[in-house]
Design a protein around this ligand. Structure first.
Ligand code: ZN
Length: 224
């Protein structure tokens, strides 16, 4: 099975669905991660170019901890992610190249402007990839059958899917610590422990879990 993850910034993938990704790898799936920005405004005292370099190295190390090597850095500007024709074309081409059965992306109301914009542009690309509506794009049409919205900054109000990540949680935490430039400023490990325990409580005592919103593509090309 092919799995494709869309992350507005390096580390969103690990926090939002890192446990699920480790499980996909363990099950023999091919996992690819697409970073929409390289988090290039997120490193203290570093200009965008240097910050992007630092964060792409960190993302590569973190993904390796989860067993993922196929990474795609689109290098949109951190903090200014938006919808452009060229970005949609690049996303559609990637979707048609990877041909994922499952795609992960931020849920629609995750409270960061890049996450909200990322949700919108990726949903549009998933829709456009499935039909003949983008003449500039390459590749054969591909409809992604399962689309899951993950949470980073805003818990999903009514999750519609839970993944038990108890057995891979330490691996996920270890991957998160590879984002060294981030964990020095924000207590991400505490955040992830709390979120995983909160979601795991739905599955039983001492469980860890990730929560998702099962998403559907719009059925009308007018909204795609
Ligand atoms: Zn983010």
């Amino acid at each position: 099975m092919n799995v494709l993850v869309f992350a507005p910034h390096p580390d969103d993938d690990v926090i939002g669905c890192g446990g699920s990704l480790a499980k996909h790898v363990n099950a023999g799936s091919n996992v690819s991660i697409c970073y929409l920005t390289s988090g290039d405004s997120g490193v203290r005292d570093a200009n965008r170019e240097r910050a992007a370099g630092v964060r792409e190295v960190e993302a590569t190390k973190a993904a390796a901890e989860l067993g993922v090597q196929d990474l795609h850095f689109l290098r949109e500007p951190d903090g200014f992610l938006g919808e452009s024709a060229s970005l949609v074309v690049r996303l559609v081409n990637l979707i048609r190249q990877v041909r994922p059965e499952i795609a992960y992306l931020p849920h629609a109301a995750d409270d960061h402007t890049d996450h909200i914009a990322g949700h919108r542009v990726v949903m549009k690309a998933l829709r456009r990839a499935s039909g003949p509506w983008l003449p500039e794009a390459d590749g054969e049409e591909w409809a992604t059958s399962t689309i899951l919205g993950y949470e980073v900054w805003t818990p999903i109000q009514r999750p519609t899917y839970f993944e038990d990540t108890t057995d891979v949680f330490e691996q996920q935490l270890s991957a998160l610590t590879r984002h060294e430039s981030q964990v020095i400023d924000v207590p991400y490990a505490d955040m992830l422990r709390g979120l995983a325990a909160f979601r795991g409580s739905r599955l039983g005592s001492s469980r860890k879990a990730e929560a998702f919103e099962v998403l559907r593509l719009p059925s009308s090309s007018l909204t795609g």
